[in-house]
Design a protein around this ligand. Structure first.
Ligand SMILES: Nc1ncnc2c1ncn2[C@@H]1O[C@H](COP(=O)(O)OP(=O)(O)O)[C@@H](O)[C@H]1O
Ligand SMILES: [Mg+2]
Length: 234
């Protein structure tokens, strides 16, 4: 579904990504882990069309995406849920969700997707009239993920959903991502919580200082000496 080939990316003259290659198959749940500042968000922004790579290729379902703008990548099936969520705090849960479906022209289809999303996140259905700004931290993450689903994406990119959440809420959010995978969505999860990420993903990449330094099935990475020492504190 997605392939990055030897990608370099920069902000101005400051190069951030160096020769990044990775791939995600249809239906896979892939993690991208690594320390703060490693370039994980930059990688997602490049895939989502928010940042143009200097070198290399972004291929999505065989299409070269290097210069495709963000609104078009959404239309093609990529949904990016950023760290800062970008919810409309003065709008209700339902209104936020419908904003996520702005690329879907057919209103009937929008409402069907809304029902589907409410089935996945019953709590949002209960709270559909509540203002997004008054939701708890965990509920807001759920809302942002649910809104990301409203465009019927093929590929969902989720950036650090655990940020600022209490541990038991992290488990809830991660479980909801797992449920999304079961509905057939392909997912890429960027996280600093390495242990929890390796527990729910099929495969993962480790990024350090803008480079992919390791990759493999998540279960294998969990027992890898470098991963254990650098990220799991074992
Ligand atoms: N808009 C920007 N302008 C300049 N530098 C940036 C910008 N965004 C991020 N960076 C820098 O790029 C590096 C990688 O950042 P980021 O991709 O956000 O890392 P991560 O998500 O792994 O924490 C960091 O050194 C960060 O300071
Ligand atoms: Mg980040």
């Amino acid at each position: 579904m997605l392939q990055l080939k030897n990608l370099d990316a920069s902000y101005g003259f400051l190069q951030i990504l160096w020769d990044v290659s990775l791939h995600i198959a249809d239906g896979e749940f892939v993690g991208l882990i690594g320390p703060n500042g490693a370039g994980k968000t930059t990688t997602l922004r490049t895939i989502a069309g928010l940042l143009k790579p200097m070198k290399g290729e972004v291929l999505f379902k065989g299409h070269k995406m290097n210069t495709v703008p963000a609104h078009e990548t959404t239309r093609m099936g990529i949904s990016y849920i950023s760290e800062d969520l970008n919810l409309f705090v003065d709008m209700s849960v339902r209104e936020n969700l419908l904003m996520g479906a702005y690329i879907v022209r057919d209103q009937q289809k929008q409402l069907e997707t809304l029902d589907f999303v409410y089935e996945l996140f019953p709590r949002l259905k209960e709270r559909e009239g509540q203002l997004a700004g008054t939701m708890s931290g965990g509920e807001r993450k759920m809302l942002a993920i649910a809104r990301g689903m409203m465009s019927n994406p093929l590929l969902l990119l989720v950036d650090e959903p655990s940020l600022g959440l209490a541990p038991h809420l992290v488990t809830d959010v991660f479980k909801s991502l797992r449920r999304l995978q079961e509905t057939g969505v392909t997912l890429m999860l960027v996280e600093q919580r390495v242990n929890a990420t390796l527990e729910i993903t099929d495969r993962a990449y480790v990024m350090e200082q803008g480079r992919i330094v390791m990759e493999g099935p998540s279960s294998e990475l969990m027992t890898n000496e470098h991963v254990k020492a650098a990220y799991l504190g074992i």
